[in-house]
Design a protein around this ligand. Structure first.
Ligand code: HEM
Length: 428
């Protein structure tokens, strides 16, 4: 997915198309932070309505928002074939994802069936439109390790969506399932969403962007060939074993933990071998993300050794904070600092037929000093969030710092858009 090598202007969607996703996402991060300040009990137990609203502000409002926007932009390059009617797809996925996430969060917070109903309709419709169109592009794609990762991630998004819609019907009281089955469905929904959609997409994209942005050697080809497929197979086993072969659950879980560890360590090792040792905030975000993945495996291992820890309220919350906040939000935030300035530079150059030197470089599009401040705030927010899962008094401070970080992220991205239009760039 080398955008510089692979993206021709005729093939590229207008800047406004991915940008609307990227500028909406930090607002959901801000909403998540506001929720923590307003209802610190969101970090007290995984089952409070506030926790579920918070989870979806982060997973749908921030992570899926950026990931869908980035895929709309990048799929034509990765897959070598464009998405049909991209402007239409952008409209019919961005607005429903935004409004549907707000409705789902409202459903959790108020338990109003109507809010769940609106969330089901909008999220079901919007994500399905995206999946259908992206599948057409991926079906025509040439095989490759990134394409495999993206295909598996998309399949997991489809499963997550179906299970999520089912769970929302149950929550709204429009359907009933025996308690044991709904527990299995909730666990499968969370696993396919986090370990499937989020992790497999990051892995598939990492094969391209880590060597490209940090000028590292490529991932070992054998690892790149088997890792995403193996994790997907283990995920299927993890989700279905409670129903069919409970004895296999421990094997699946150990395999997933091992695969996660291999990916994180391989990425950190490649980054240590990078050729240009210049400071780079995106690299810091990736390192924080990989360290958080390793911490997830350690926390999971501790729960295997100490059953009292596994049964505590803090265990699933700590795992969630490390995976969603420490890993996924970090990597996606770091990537935004590459994608948004690159696209601004790319569109300016193409629109103005600019000579070198007459438009800002990618680095000049975004003030490094402010991205570094935002990284520091994010780091402190992550540390406080981890602390708050163990010591609840930290929750309000954690939410406050996360709010500042989200706001600064938004302002940093807006500054790129302002610089772009200041130099005569057209958004559509
Ligand atoms: C695509 C990304 C998504 C991810 C990563 C995700 C992740 C999660 C997670 C981690 C939980 C908490 C489960 C636990 O604590 O074990 C959860 C619960 C839930 N999710 Fe999602 N979700 C996603 C999309 C959706 C969608 C699209 C819907 C519905 C329209 C939905 C509806 C629900 C419901 C209703 C629950 C609560 C189940 C219950 O306790 O009754 N999710 N989700």
């Amino acid at each position: 997915m080398n955008p510089q090598a692979g993206l021709s202007f005729g093939q590229a969607p207008p800047y406004s198309m991915p940008l609307r996703f990227f500028l909406t996402a930090p607002l959901f991060l801000l909403a998540a932070a506001g929720l923590i300040v307003w209802a610190p009990e969101a970090l007290a137990s995984r089952w409070t309505p506030q926790t579920l609203a918070l989870t979806h502000a982060l997973t749908l409002g921030f992570l899926a928002m950026v990931m869908l926007g980035a895929l709309l932009q990048m799929l034509p390059v990765v897959a070598g074939s464009s998405i049909p009617a991209p402007r239409w797809v952008a409209w019919f996925s961005h607005a429903p994802l935004t409004l549907g996430t707000i409705a789902l969060m409202t459903g959790f917070l108020t338990a109003a069936p109507a809010a769940f109903g609106i969330g089901i309709a909008l999220l079901g419709g919007g994500i399905t439109v995206f999946l259908a169109m992206a599948s057409i592009s991926l079906a025509r794609a040439a095989a490759g390790v990134t394409v495999t990762g993206v295909r598996l991630a998309m399949a997991c998004l489809g499963v997550t969506l179906l299970l999520g819609l089912t769970l929302a019907l149950l929550r709204a009281g429009w359907w009933k399932l025996p308690a044991a089955e709904s527990t299995i469905a909730i666990a499968a929904h969370a696993a396919f969403g986090l370990l499937g959609w989020v992790l497999l997409l990051v892995i598939g994209v990492a094969y391209q962007v880590v060597p490209m942005f940090q000028i590292t050697p490529p991932y070992p080809p054998r690892l790149a060939r088997w890792l995403a497929g193996a994790l997907f197979a283990l995920l299927l086993l993890h989700a279905t074993s409670p129903l069919f072969f409970p004895a296999a659950t421990s094997f699946a879980d150990a395999g997933l933990a091992g695969g996660i560890l291999v990916f994180a360590v391989a990425t950190l090792r490649l980054q240590a071998q990078r050729r240009r040792k210049l400071p780079d905030v995106t690299l810091d975000y990736w390192r924080l993300g990989m360290a958080s993945l390793i911490a997830c495996v350690a926390v999971w291992l501790a729960a295997r050794l100490w059953p009292a820890w596994a049964a505590s309220d803090a265990y699933p919350l700590l795992l969630g904070v490390l995976f969603i906040g420490g890993f996924a939000v970090s990597v996606v935030n770091g990537m935004l600092y590459k994608i948004v300035p690159f696209l601004a530079w790319f569109h300016l150059q193409a629109q103005l037929q600019a000579r070198v030197g007459s438009i800002p470089t990618m680095k000049e599009m975004l003030a490094e000093r402010w991205t570094r401040w935002q990284f520091r705030l994010h780091l402190v927010a992550c540390a406080l969030l981890v602390g708050a899962t163990l010591w609840q008094q930290l929750a309000i401070a954690a939410g406050g710092v996360l709010a500042l970080s989200a706001l600064l992220l938004w302002l940093n991205l807006l500054s790129v858009a302002r610089r772009f239009s200041g130099h005569g760039g057209r958004f559509s």
